[in-house]
Design a protein around this ligand. Sequence first.
Ligand code: C2E
Ligand code: CA
Ligand code: CA
Length: 565
Amino acid sequence: MIISKQLRKPQLVLIVDDQEINRDVLGMILEDDYEILYASNGREALELIREYSDRLSVVLLDLIMPEMDGFEVLSRVRADEFLRRIPMIVLTAERSAELKALQMGAADFITKPFDMHEVILARVSRIIELSEGRQLISAAEHDPLTNLYTRNFFFEYANRIHRYHSVWRMDAVVLNIEQFHSVNALNGREFGDNALRVLGEEIKVFLAGTKGIASRFDADRFDIYCAPQPDYRALLDRFQERMNDLSRNASIRLRMGVAPWREGLEPMQLFDRASAACNMVRGDYKTRLMVYDEDMLEREMLNQRLLNDLRRAVEERELRVFYQPKYNVQCDPPKLTSAEALIRWQHPELGMVSPGAFIPLFEGNGQISVVDNFVWSEAARQIARWKEQFGVTVPVSVNLSRVDVFDPALEETLTGLVAENGLERSSLKLEVTESAYTENAGKMIERISRLRELGFMIEMDDFGSGYSSLNMLSAMPIDVLKMDMRFIKNIERDERDFWLVEVVLDIARHLKVPVVAEGVETGEQVEKLRRAGCELIQGYYFSRPLPPEEFEKLIIKEKEIERGE
Ligand code: C2E
Ligand code: CA
Ligand code: CA
């Protein structure tokens, strides 16, 4: 009996009474079995309850006290979502007060003068058991797998620390497993569960003896609210090593985002930042750790602004479509064959914003379809205008985002646009980035095939940047391969890079589709590509993306060449 009690960490009991003699008596009765805190009035009691809220098993509360009486303490604790789980036993000499206290939510009462010791001990231990049992049933505090806190409880707790212990200056840390669903898919759910458990265990070891707390939610997200660490890299390495120990084959990679404490920020806001930082690491195999800093704050504010301004941009025509020509370099002289439509945003205050800054943003929140629909309809109108003006059709490629491809209205939108403008479907080409294919290949292939059956030409954009296998490639419905720009960068200097270009050209020959090399900036690059058999070239060497009125000059020049002028 005694041994089992000593093995456990003693439960913590708070005794609140304004009379020292009462505190002493109760303390004596309970001290062999419990760890004890004392308060001599309601105000002190509330402070201690808040400070030890995570550990307090029960409060013994005198009702009649100066300053703040027991009723007031009781009602404040009961009104508090977080504290109300702590059972309160009232100490009283009046029957009428007992009833009132019970109605207010007291768990039990002990009458003064005090009963036999055994009776008091039994009441205290019964109430603790009851309340712990109840918590087990509701189980809302802990995640059953890792025994860390649940998200709601965690934030409740973190807010409390923030409010009552602002001097602690806690940091927010978000820890995530890279591609957790593939870890599960490749190694089985049991392995995945075990990894989560081990990580949770290591987090607990890290937090032991500190004021820090942790939670798990959304399967593989771990939030840690802890004292600022001198070296987060070392902390991440420590967690990573535990994961490496699990299995040599199944590599589990962690990423971490940190938001350092900041005056005035609520835990929720701090964790939003940590999570944003963590997401920036996504897919980056070298960094894996990101600490939120002022640059990120600025970027976040800029992003927010762009997200807010999009609707106005469409209405006020701040968005424009530029066109970059593609030349066939197997002809002599190279021949203008088509163009790519690229969005530009002339922001009234920020100036020209590059699509690299806002496209990923809108892809993230779904608004990309607003931008894309605008570009498609502009491009279709432009093709028709040029046809009317110059008597030639300049096919234009537009970019499709992943979200667009899965939009059920896509086919109708596109066929509608070409019909309205009296165009052949083949003159509106669709660029889809390779990485979009790799995520949900089956469904993607189905959707793209449908568009192709309807007569649209499909160009696979940024080819070589994703992870399509040769197997997948042969199943993919494509008409053109656009080689990723990175292949071109060093081909003049680096033989190995040029060898990669040749591999891509070989693949395209097998698939019987032409290749567009983009990002071509020098004559030397053009020459190398031309000799290797690359047909189409897009890049600054020929032209930057141009507004339509500039692009027209290229069409006119082309016509002059044709006429032999
Ligand atoms: P992307 O589709 O790979 O487009 C090619 C990018 O390379 C364009 O950047 C183009 O201006 C740039 N570029 C062309 N030639 C050269 C060159 O010789 N050297 C270098 N360094 N760069 C060159 P841009 O216009 O900034 O677009 C960036 C990305 O934004 C595009 O990459 C595309 O993914 C996306 N994007 C642009 N417009 C749209 C759009 O209307 N819808 C969607 N969904 N995405 C778009
Ligand atoms: Ca493109
Ligand atoms: Ca590209």
